[in-house]
Design a protein. Structure first.
Length: 166
């Protein structure tokens, strides 16, 4: 009986997104959003492939705790893309807190954490993951108000660590 209980609990821990050439797990209580439900500034010609958010954290019609995924076809390198992203963050008044190289499901990636204020004045902390698979860059942005960011790390890790390119 304990096994049934444990098994029942784990099925409600996360949901799986599998569409647009990517898949990832996300927290059970979160919702999938269409890109038009978000007010995002997208990078260059990048396409928003998916977005998930905590529906209980909406302020002024903006989701406060969310993750979204972008894709861009490019001939530039991961290092060039990261340099450009860091310059954009700093130009927007953001401050880079940490940066590290890592691998996600066999794909080289860069994991960048920074703080920034949104257009609506909310102080946010964001985790920006950039991955390169051949001539394709994938960006994962996990965002939360600064005060909530650390408490969301297990949710963000679930999303990032389960990310796969199909």
């Amino acid at each position: 009986m304990v096994l049934a209980f444990v098994s029942g609990c784990t099925s409600n821990v996360y949901k799986t997104y599998d569409n647009n050439g990517i898949s990832f797990n996300y927290p059970y209580g979160w919702s999938e959003l269409s890109p038009d439900q978000l007010s995002l500034t997208v990078e260059g010609n990048s396409e928003v492939l998916a977005a998930v958010a905590d529906p209980n954290n909406v302020q002024n019609d903006n989701y406060q705790i969310l993750a979204f995924f972008q894709h861009i076809s490019t001939t530039s390198t991961l290092a060039d893309a990261i340099s450009a992203i860091k310059a954009e963050i700093q130009a927007a008044g953001g401050q880079i807190i940490s940066e590290k190289d890592r691998t996600i499901n066999g794909v080289p990636a860069n994991d960048l954490v920074y703080t920034i204020s949104t257009q609506s004045g909310v102080a946010k902390k964001e985790r920006f993951i950039a991955l390169q698979d051949n001539n394709n860059l994938y960006y994962i942005v996990c965002s939360a108000p600064t005060a909530d960011f650390d408490g969301q790390q297990s949710n963000f890790d679930l999303i990032i660590d389960s990310f796969e390119i199909q």
